[in-house]
Design a protein around this ligand. Structure first.
Ligand code: FAD
Length: 484
């Protein structure tokens, strides 16, 4: 432990966000990191607890507390404090394949479980992680490690999101020949087409892909597995196959006039926005439009931030659930994940531009109202509440909102039908791929990881799944595994 009294001597400081009205002028990341010296001081705030909840990744009351990757947080906090940045990087890389992604997009389960946060402000773990990985790139020790020995075994990974990339990284480092298939034109899954630039600039993904490619992983894009390459062809060429295909099937809205123009799924909207920035292709523009987003979660918030940057006339985010409390309830004590109302970047921006919070709670869409050309013009909403677990409308609470762009960000419901059909996959009630009990193995040479296995989740969980799955694939191929 670097400085025993650090948590009392120094206040929590984090990277500085650009003011909402400034940052909405472009789609760039908008946090200015602390200097190396300032970040070192933040490392000193870590108390190196006897029981470091920050790295526990355990389930409390159905939610994760601490890091699912079991990042060695107190160890690298200490190394940051003492200025041993390269050693800090080595400790961080032991558990996390892609700190440059998690240090930008993770909700920081570690910080919510930090003991310092029990009474005061938690250690700035995510910013410390960001400092470690960016220093590693800057100082040149984050580069490729090309495996010295090859096993002669071949692995196909279907899907290039964080779970597929983590599995690929692990298996390639072990010496297996890894090919990653991706049906999109670019690698990255939702990191690429989903999470907007403001949270994760795409050059950050490319920087990592260049390393993975140099290390020997083969990426094949624009290949829809099951259609462009068949099950039989894959089985002939590869010794093991991993489904890391995500959970892209979106939950739809079942309302009158759903089939009119002007309604899109959030991920399709966000994908086009990113592709427009990358290739100047057509986007679904929110310019001058009255935007309504169905879904009060993180994806909905990303739509708020994106439509504001595109110049929307107004934005409303509709949520079915009641507003969470502003302060932790006694029934939700530390180190449980705090169930409080957070105002994310997009909502902050909406408040700055339109002078009001875009969220309305306990509300759903009842009907889409069209103009003469059958374009969306307005929506009818209604208040809802749960009665004995059943959602009910509150009579007489209908409202009309102007809306010519409706974005559905109501969550995902698992594996897409085409993949199920092509590979004759069995799925669970939640529409995730069925595996052997407590295993990532589906059957024979098939394995699975990430959202298609776990259900819609987080990048940090996808990396965890990719790593755990890789261990099982390695043991299947070699008869044992020495992978950590
Ligand atoms: P994905 O990232 O979904 O990747 C699966 C890939 O498989 C896709 O590229 C898909 O094209 C490909 N694929 C599917 N079928 C085939 C096929 N037949 N052939 C070839 N390729 C195929 N999590 C966070 O932690 N922080 C965030 O800020 C955050 N923001 C999010 C914002 C949005 C808009 C969304 C939708 C999700 C967000 N998430 C966030 C969740 C996170 O992105 C996912 O949990 C994570 O990406 C899942 O990783 P994955 O590898 O399982 O799947």
């Amino acid at each position: 432990m670097g400085k025993p009294t650090g948590f009392m001597d120094y206040k929590r400081e984090t990277s500085v966000s650009e003011a909402p009205l400034e940052r909405i002028r472009n789609f760039n990341e908008f946090h200015t990191p602390l200097s190396k010296e300032e970040q070192q001081i933040q490392g000193a705030r870590c108390m190196n607890c006897g029981v470091p909840f920050c790295q526990a990744g355990m389930n409390i009351m159905g939610m994760t507390s601490g890091c699912p990757l079991h990042n060695l947080v107190p160890e690298w906090n200490d190394l940051v404090y003492t200025g041993n940045w390269e050693q800090a990087y080595n400790r961080l890389k032991k558990t996390n394949n892609f700190p440059e992604f998690t240090s930008r997009v993770c909700p920081a389960l570690c910080e919510a479980a930090c003991t310092c946060g029990h009474w005061g402000a938690p250690v700035s773990v995510r910013d410390n992680e960001h400092g470690i990985i960016e220093t590693a790139y800057k100082e040149g020790y984050a580069g490729p490690h090309i495996p010295k020995v090859r096993t002669g075994k071949k692995v196909a990974i279907i899907g290039s999101g964080p779970s597929g990339l983590a599995a690929a990284d692990q298996l390639n480092s072990r010496g297996h020949a890894v090919t990653v298939y991706e049906r999109n034109d670019r690698v990255g899954g939702l990191l690429r087409y989903g999470i907007p630039n403001m949270k994760l600039e795409k050059k950050v993904i490319q920087r990592r892909l260049d390393i993975l490619t140099e290390e020997g992983i083969v990426f094949k894009t624009n290949v829809n597995v099951g259609k462009d390459i068949t099950k039989k062809e894959l089985e002939k060429e590869f010794d093991a196959i991993i489904f890391a295909t995500g959970s892209k099937k979106a939950r739809d809205l079942n309302v009158k006039n759903r089939d009119c123009t002007g309604i899109y799924f959030a991920v399709d909207y966000l994908t086009k926005a990113t592709k427009h920035l990358l290739d100047n292709t057509d986007e679904i523009s929110a310019k001058y439009k009255h935007v309504v987003i169905v879904g009060g979660g993180d994806t909905g918030n990303d739509c708020v931030g994106t439509s504001i940057r595109q110049g929307c006339a107004s934005v409303v985010q509709i949520e079915m659930m009641p507003k969470a409390p502003d302060e932790r309830l006694e029934s939700n004590p530390w180190p449980e994940w705090p169930k409080i109302c957070k105002t994310d970047y997009g909502q902050e921006e909406a408040i700055a531009v339109f002078k009001k919070d875009p969220r309305i709670y306990e509300t759903t869409v009842k009907e889409c109202i069209l103009d003469d050309q059958k374009n969306l013009k307005q929506i009818k909403t209604v208040k809802v509440h749960f009665n004995n677990g059943k959602l009910e409308e509150v009579k007489g609470t209908e409202q009309i909102l102007d809306c010519d762009l409706l974005l559905i960000a109501a969550g995902f419901i698992g594996v897409e039908d085409d993949l199920k059909k092509s590979f004759k996959l069995e799925t669970t009630q939640r529409n995730t791929i069925v595996t052997q009990p407590n295993s990532y193995q589906v059957k024979d040479k098939y394995f699975t990881a990430g959202d298609c296995h776990r259900g819609q989740s987080l990048v940090v969980w996808a990396i965890h799944e990719g790593k755990e799955c890789a261990k099982e694939v390695d043991a299947y191929l070699m008869g044992y595994t020495n992978m950590e």
